[in-house]
Design a protein around this ligand. Sequence first.
Ligand code: FES
Length: 173
Amino acid sequence: MRLKNAMEQTMRKSNGINRRGFITGAICTLASLMGGVFATSVSTYLLGNPQAEDTGWADAGDISDLQPGAPQQVSFSRSREDGWRLQNERATAWVVIDDHMDVTAFSPRCTHLGCAYHWQANRKEFVCPCHGSVFGEDGHVVSGPADRPLDRYAVKVDADRLWLGPIERAKNS
Ligand code: FES
């Protein structure tokens, strides 16, 4: 009889732990989903409407202000067509100038779900805080969930001015 009571108590305890573990896991999963949705919405608000189309080239500043080597974030103004509306908006790009002075400008949106990523100098990688995608300095995917390299702006340099055109979508890795 005593053995049976002890077994019942043990089973009740383990059920309690499993239930508690399940509820904790469900709450963590829900919180992380809500965090992802929130971060995506905030970045859409801050980075502009992804459906709007670029109308041409935008002056992104004096190229001599940028140092070759580590990526630098530049902000500039550009016009975009959103349906029938022409809107001026602030935009950003991550610009990399290599030793040969070749210029690459990455779209500031992560290719997973569009969050803003940042350059982490000590790792020499671009890191997205939303779901942890990591990209190399040349934009390739180091680790997912993103499955495409970073998208790039069309780039031209004219009389020391850096001009950024439409964003060109990168193909899957
Ligand atoms: S938006 Fe999901 S990893 Fe960047």
